[in-house]
Design a protein around this ligand. Structure first.
Ligand code: UDP
Ligand code: MG
Length: 304
């Protein structure tokens, strides 16, 4: 029988883990006679009892597999490790806090049988999330879409179902700054959306503070688009024209010289800094690529 690996990244999820595991293991019944199920939990350097809970459950059930990171490498690295270790014919990626309903994986599987290699969860609605999170996510996906030549679906996180072929293509991409929801569509396989309502977190708090959200957003933009560089180019043209106008106006009118100089210096200075910042984003990424460190370090694995 073919196998399905469900990849679950977990970071300090002791409050959710039992419930998540119960709901995931129930899927074994749903898939009975169709697919064998494995759950690959990636412990992303949790500091609470997450690892302990995983170890206890993995002892009782060999289909619960654990990849234990040496420290916190981040959600995207945890997913990458899960995909590297997976040997299944099908792979599902799901969050560990039950915001993505596990039961939908079966619908995704059925959809994939219609001839799709990627079935991605598309969020119609987000329950109980802050206005800031909803608005920033709404804006981000649209800015990203307008910036990239690639068709990255809007309102789509990492909750998705893929075939082995997609995994193999994906695993060839070893870039250090990873935006998986863009890298999967990049592989070009046939894909279909699976609409769903994103539930509220079953317990605990978000593990995505603003700093991690911004890092992910920057990785999405700078790894998939050169539009920020075009933006610098356009700004320099605008600034050039603006300075010509200001200088001419300065000569023709009684405007105070200090005022013009001060205005021009501030403007030029800030735009220069912005341009350097944007270039820095690309240069930093080149540096990370040339350093060529491993994406993550695994301390140990269980049941592999
Ligand atoms: N996560 C992780 N490493 C991190 C942050 C998050 O493995 O550094 C996991 C987390 O345990 C959860 C998933 O990634 O299973 C999504 O995180 P979270 O639910 O906190 O994000 P949100 O849904 O609030 O965007
Ligand atoms: Mg969540």
């Amino acid at each position: 029988m073919k196998t399905l690996d469900i990849i679950v990244p977990v970071y300090n999820e002791e409050a959710c883990l039992d419930k998540t595991m119960q709901r995931l293991l129930k899927l074994k019944e749903t898939f009975k006679g169709k697919l064998n199920l494995n759950c690959i939990f990636v412990n992303d350097g949790s500091k609470d009892k997450t690892l302990q809970i995983l170890e206890e459950n993995a002892k009782k059930d060999k289909s619960i597999k654990v990849i234990n990171f040496s420290r916190n490498f981040g959600h995207q690295m945890a997913l990458s490790a899960g995909l590297d270790y997976s040997k299944g014919d099908y792979i599902a990626i799901i969050d560990g806090d039950l915001q993505d309903p596990p039961e939908l994986i079966y619908d995704m599987y059925e959809k994939s049988l219609e001839g799709y290699d990627i079935v991605y969860g598309k969020r119609l609605k987000r329950k109980q999330e802050t206005i800031f999170k909803k608005l920033s996510a709404w804006g981000f996906y649209r800015v990203l879409k307008s910036m990239c030549n690639l068709d990255i679906p809007t309102d789509t996180g990492d909750f998705r179902f893929i075939t082995k072929d997609v995994r193999e293509a994906f695993n060839q991409m070893r870039e250090k700054h990873r935006f998986i929801r863009g890298m999967v569509p990049w592989t070009g396989f046939r894909s279909a959306p699976m609409p769903f309502i994103r539930d509220e977190r079953v317990a605990g708090e978000t593990k995505y503070p603003l700093s991690k959200m911004l890092k992910l957003a920057f990785d999405g933009i700078f790894s998939f688009s050169f539009k920020p560089i075009d933006f610098i180019f356009a700004l320099s043209a605008i600034l050039f024209i603006a300075s010509l106008i200001i200088i001419t106006a300065g000569f023709l009118t009684e405007l105070e010289e200090e005022y013009i100089i001060c205005f021009a210096l501030t403007l030029v200075g800030s735009i220069n800094l912005l341009a350097m910042g944007i270039l820095g984003q690309y240069i930093g990424r080149i540096y990370d690529e040339t350093r060529n460190r491993p994406l993550y370090i695994v301390k140990n694995t269980i049941n592999f």
